[in-house]
Design a protein around this ligand. Structure first.
Ligand code: TRP
Length: 431
């Protein structure tokens, strides 16, 4: 069977940006930044992304480009001993949607309430009573799963590429409209100062670790997603340029999301560190007080939906591509089987806020347990192994792609020694 390929370089970039830009940028980034001191966090995050995270990102792109295989086959080809690691990436990529799609279901619900203009008076109460129900949240997360699966089911060009080419520009347009609108609000100045004027006294090591975890999560590193999308790229694609383009857009979008959210937050005097509920409680509450609440709310949740679904598609595709080759099944069958597996794990995760709220693993409900284990343990661990395998087991990686120059040597040293040490430190402090 001929290997699928993106039909243009732009499509490749849009799809990878679609994978990277997700709930991590719009939902997670602003509240984590709010909790960690604003501008100083942004500065640290930017430095980490530009100098550290670029390395594992490049490794995944290289592996995709060189081997042109799904994640499991690629690691098996580097060395049959590493096949298990390919599977660990796939397990991680199967666990992520089991909480990610729960949030997807909540987004669908919020789109519905703003669309039908059924805006509740008290969002805190509304959110807790909604998320603790059984039927509707389960139905909506499964619906979100099905909406996501359609695209890998239809294939790389007809499904994934098309979806990204349509949804990502719409997403960008809506984000810009919302950000411009937010900047005209009375709290804009305070919000922007919070974002851009660093207060160095808030710099500490815990904040650096959080920034690193966020940077890996938002770039979709550590589970073979970039290997998979990279395996569809054209032979002559320049990887270094692609990596910097991806980082540029991912960061730009996170920053614009902040420019959209902080002025609103400061206009209404909510603390920006409100946490994970910022987007589902504080923000909609504020939308309800702005002129045209149903339109602002609707635009916001639709843009969040696009961000989440384009990442969801890449999550699914990573697992689908490996299933196709490992089990020798058709793309449709692989998507179908994976949707069932993910659906089965997603249901208890959806119920973590109600029926199963007493069930705890390691002191966390099932949803938080999945989020914590994947983001704070599996992602850094997988990234560590990707760096070690790429640095020590693929001969001449940098020589071939960058050349024997200063840049090549610095990348090599970062990859083989410095980044593994940093990642080991992150993993240990996470445990
Ligand atoms: N990058 C995505 C976001 O910011 C989340 C994510 C993490 C992801 N790992 C992934 C998406 C792997 C696709 C594939 O929301």
């Amino acid at each position: 069977m001929e290997k699928a390929q993106w039909s243009s370089h732009i499509s490749f970039i849009i799809a990878t940006v679609g994978s990277a830009v997700g709930l991590g940028n719009i939902w997670r980034f602003p509240y984590i930044m709010g909790k960690n001191g604003g501008a100083i966090f942004l500065l640290t995050y930017l430095l980490l992304i530009a100098f550290i995270c670029i390395i594992p990102l490049l490794c995944e792109l290289f592996i995709g480009k060189i081997y042109k295989k799904d994640t499991v086959s690629a690691f098996a080809e580097i060395n049959p001993k590493f096949k298990w690691f390919g599977w660990l990436c796939i397990i991680t990529v199967i666990l992520i949607p089991c909480f990610y799609f729960v949030v997807g279901g909540w987004i669908l619900n919020y789109i519905w309430i703003f669309l039908t203009n059924r805006i509740p008076d008290n969002f805190a109460q509304y959110f807790s009573s909604f998320s603790s129900q059984v039927t509707i949240p389960c139905f909506l997360s499964i619906l979100f799963l099905l909406m996501t699966s359609i695209f890998p089911f239809r294939g790389v060009n007809k499904g994934i590429e098309k979806a990204n080419n349509i949804m990502m520009p719409l997403f960008a347009l809506m984000l810009i409209i919302m950000a411009v609108y937010a900047v005209t609000l009375p709290g804009a100045k305070e919000g922007l100062t919070f974002m851009f004027k660093p207060n160095f006294s808030q710099f500490n090591s815990a904040m650096v670790l959080t920034a690193l975890g966020q940077a890996l999560f938002t770039l979709s590193i550590g589970m073979g997603a970039i290997i998979t999308y990279g395996s569809y790229m054209k032979k002559d694609t320049n990887i270094i340029k692609s990596a910097y383009t991806l980082i540029f857009f991912d960061t730009l979008i996170a920053v614009i999301a902040g420019i959209m959210i902080f002025p609103i937050v400061f206009s209404f005097g909510v603390t920006p560190s409100a946490g994970a509920t910022l987007v589902f409680i504080s923000l909609p509450e504020m939308f309800a007080k702005l002129p045209f609440p149903s339109i602002t709310g609707l635009i916001f949740f639709i843009l969040l939906f696009f961000a989440a679904i384009t990442s969801g598609i890449s999550i699914m595709e990573t697992a689908v591509a490996s299933f196709i080759n490992q089990f020798n099944v058709s793309r449709q069958k692989a998507t179908f089987i994976l949707s069932i597996i993910i659906g089965i794990i997603t249901i208890p995760s959806t119920l973590s806020f109600g029926l199963l709220s007493d069930f705890s693993l390691n002191g966390k409900n099932f949803f938080d347990f999945l989020d914590y284990t994947t983001s704070n343990i599996l992602l850094p661990f997988n990234t560590l192994l990707i760096c070690l395998i790429a640095g020590w087991c693929i001969k001449g990686l940098w020589k071939n792609e960058i050349g024997e120059n200063f840049l090549g040597y610095s990348f090599n040293i970062l990859l083989k020694f410095i980044i593994p040490v940093i990642l080991i430190y992150v993993i240990l402090s996470g445990i």
